[in-house]
Design a protein around this ligand. Structure first.
Ligand SMILES: C[S@@+](CC[C@H](N)C(=O)[O-])C[C@H]1O[C@@H](n2cnc3c(N)ncnc32)[C@H](O)[C@@H]1O
Length: 258
């Protein structure tokens, strides 16, 4: 089945000594791309992240190395991951670096690609569906909608020092009607206060999508002020602030039809 698909779609092969940086999408294993499946079928070794659905790994006989980083859990250092990718490729392995969502969206895929480029290792980037778009779709929230927002800003709440990202929050607030925040739950209160201070209405619609596109997905619809009351927790979550959140009432489909 896979070989027929690969042939019909004329998919390139994952060759020896190459690294493919592949996005697995958020949650639902069905969201991986055809190129991602090709890599799973052909890899000798897979380095995978915490947010990759384990079902996907069962599709491959390759050696599997956990390279995850999750809040509160002992994690691999980024340099070690990059060094390992380079070493495995130099050994002539076909290497799949499997990351949650899209490798180039708040996923440090750029840093890994830089390490490969510097070491002269051939690589391919296979984009994936990012949580801030696909995860919202699973919550019935279109990331853009003609009636609500013509622009969107993606922000990580988590700064390099582990604190709230240092940025001009007032400018971010003015920049686009809809803000989509990754790694922001811990800082939801601070973000809410920054945006209200910048002039956003406290009653503006907001939502948090926990475990998006997973069987245990949870969507909490609240207001910008209400974000401050969110409980702490480790489940991966996306926060969205903007009028497009109201569409969830009409377009929510996963819980009603699952
Ligand atoms: C290190 S970032 C990786 C983002 C990933 N590269 C992407 O494009 O989705 C991890 C953060 O992505 C978000 N995330 C990833 N998967 C998610 C999911 N299934 N549900 C909710 N949020 C998710 C969360 O904010 C999580 O803390």
């Amino acid at each position: 089945m896979h070989e027929e698909m690969a042939e019909r779609l004329n998919l390139p092969a994952l060759e020896k000594g190459w690294v493919w940086l592949v996005g697995a999408g958020p949650g639902d294993p069905g969201l991986i791309t055809a190129l991602g499946l090709q890599a799973l079928a052909q890899a000798d070794v897979i380095l995978y992240d915490a947010l990759v659905d384990e079902q996907l790994l069962t599709l491959s006989d390759a050696d599997k190395i956990y390279a995850g980083k999750r809040a509160g859990v002992k994690s691999c250092k980024q340099d070690e991951i990059s060094d390992l990718l380079v070493r495995l490729a130099k050994e002539g392995k076909r290497v799949l670096r499997l990351k949650g969502g899209d490798p180039f969206v708040f996923g440090r895929g750029g840093e890994e690609a830089q390490a490969l480029a510097a070491a002269g290792i051939p690589f391919r980037i296979v984009p994936g569906i990012t949580a801030g778009i696909g995860g919202l779709a699973y919550a019935g929230i279109p990331v853009t909608h003609r009636d609500t927002n013509h622009a969107v800003t993606f922000i990580t709440g988590h700064g390099v020092d582990g604190k709230l990202t240092k940025m001009d929050w007032a400018a971010a607030s003015r920049g686009a009607p809809t803000l989509v925040l990754y790694m922001a739950r811990k800082f939801a209160g601070e973000i809410s206060r920054e945006l209200i201070a910048a002039g956003r209405a406290p009653e503006a619609p907001a939502a948090i999508v926990l475990n998006a596109a997973r069987t245990n997905q949870q969507v909490i619809v609240t207001t910008l002020a209400g974000l401050a009351a969110l409980e702490a927790g480790n489940a991966p979550s996306i926060i969205v602030i903007g009028e497009n959140v109201r569409l969830a009432a009409e377009l929510s489909w996963l819980t009603s039809r699952a």
